[in-house]
Write a protein that binds this ligand. Structure first.
Ligand code: FAS
Ligand code: PHB
Length: 389
């Protein structure tokens, strides 16, 4: 088999890239390790930057997003019972859209089906070859058969645990990591959201987040110990702890119900440089991870896809490879700013076991400054809604 762009990974990065390329007549094949249902069963991100919304429209999958997505012009940060409203419209001139990653992935799979693109599921043993040549190819097993696909370029969209990043030689790769000493215990419940905007709650007991998927489906998180297990948290224990961490007005009106999904995500900051090696380009979680506090994981995957798509179009349509040659530098410039913001939001809002009294005072001073400074609120708003591509 042969294709122009071989995409490893059928998550949001790989799907969005394939759909944008297809719109421009460039052929791709997606290799996905799991089944489609497994991919669609993942409950992950919920907040889309305007840049991601625009890319979804460019990919021809913006209609349901427009109909069912919630536009938010602000968010609340609360500190015990104090709170600050961050006004996106006033400080950043654009909103964010609440639309679950599951729905993004569903829309993109449906579009890929309609465009007749090839996606091979349940592939095994993917290996990348010839990355530093002008004839790269991948080998893998599918339906019990050994397969090979030759291509012009390979997009490594296979997430943190994928094979692509590790195909870049250790002597070339530079990795930067910070692992946080806590996780997020998240639940999904068929209950009305407690507030019409998200609430990022910092309290002496730890962080909590009140989010949503639609008017009847809420998403809540509480900071938890890394040793915690979802099954060790009853629904009642979760709701009681959430109430202790969010502002009283929210705790008093919170509608609880059975958790239809309960999981714990570890938090880490991670970047692997470079994001290109020869004919391999890394996108999304394959190259970088952020703690979800800034809602940037999915959105930074989108900006990578934007840069790579533009570089490939420029190459194929104009024979100009400047976009591809500057991909890693451009993508990383934005990635590091997103890493900074996600680290800052996490450091501001969570309780750290190793924190001294001084560290606690620093958090409180940061919060007071945020509450009193329009400039500080504007900086948060501009980062949260999404820095320019
Ligand atoms: P993904 O990991 O989504 O997709 C990679 C795909 O590659 C997967 O389908 C995988 O099966 C496949 N794959 C892996 N190895 C392969 C191989 N060898 N061969 C073929 N296929 C292979 N972001 C937020 O903004 N907010 C959140 O609340 C949030 N919560 C998260 C919770 C969890 C548990 C995780 C893991 C991430 C969360 N994220 C969140 C980040 C998440 O949304 C990612 O940023 C987003 O999924 C990135 O998309 P991809 O880069 O496509 O990677
Ligand atoms: C979510 O709704 O899953 C969500 C929203 C905002 C975040 C993280 C997760 O910062």
């Amino acid at each position: 088999m042969r294709t122009q762009v071989l995409i490893i990974g059928g998550g949001p990065s790989g799907l969005l890239l394939s759909q944008l390329l297809a719109k421009d007549g460039i052929e791709s094949i997606i290799l996905e390790r799991q089944t489609r249902d497994h991919v669609l069963g993942r409950i992950r991100a919920g907040v889309l930057e305007q840049g991601m919304v625009e890319l979804m429209h460019e990919a021809g999958v913006g209609d349901r997003l427009d109909r069912e997505g919630f536009t938010h012009d602000g968010t609340i940060l609360s500190f015990d019972n104090d709170q600050v409203h961050i006004d996106f419209a006033r400080h950043a001139g654009k909103p964010v859209t609440i639309y679950g990653q599951t729905e993004v992935t569903r829309d993109l799979y449906q579009a890929r089906d309609a465009s007749g693109g090839t996606t091979l599921f349940k592939v095994e043993g993917v290996e990348l070859h010839g990355l530093d040549s002008d004839a790269p190819y991948v080998t893998f097993r599918h339906d019990g058969a050994d397969m090979r696909i030759d291509c012009d370029y390979i997009a490594g969209c296979d997430g943190f645990h994928g094979v692509s990043r590790k195909s870049i030689p250790d002597t070339v790769r530079r990795e930067y990591e910070k692992v946080y000493p806590f996780g997020w215990l998240g639940i999904l419940s068929e209950t009305p959201p407690v507030n019409d905007e998200l609430i990022y709650a910092s309290s002496t007991r730890g962080f909590a987040l009140c989010s949503m998927r639609n008017a009847k489906l809420s998403r809540y998180y509480i900071q938890c110990d890394l040793s915690d297990k979802p099954e060790s948290w009853s629904d009642t224990a979760f709701w009681d702890e959430l109430r202790r961490r969010i502002p009283e007005h929210a705790a008093d009106t919170l509608v609880t119900g059975p958790a239809i999904e309960k999981s714990i995500a570890p938090l880490r900051s991670f970047v692997s440089e470079p994001m290109r090696w020869g004919r391999l380009f890394l996108c999304g979680d394959a190259a970088h991870i952020v703690p979800p506090t800034g809602a940037k994981g999915l959105n930074s995957a989108a900006s990578d896809v934007f840069y790579l798509h533009r570089g490939l179009i420029q190459h194929y349509n104009e024979g100009d490879s400047v976009g591809l040659d500057t991909y890693s530098e451009k993508a990383l410039a934005r990635v590091w700013k997103v890493e900074r913001f996600s680290w800052w939001m996490t450091s501001l809002l969570h309780r750290f076991p190793e924190h001294s009294g001084f560290d606690l005072r620093m958090q409180q001073a940061e919060i007071s400054y945020l509450r009193e400074s329009e400039a500080a609120q504007a900086a948060l708003a501009q980062n949260y809604v999404g820095l320019p591509y």
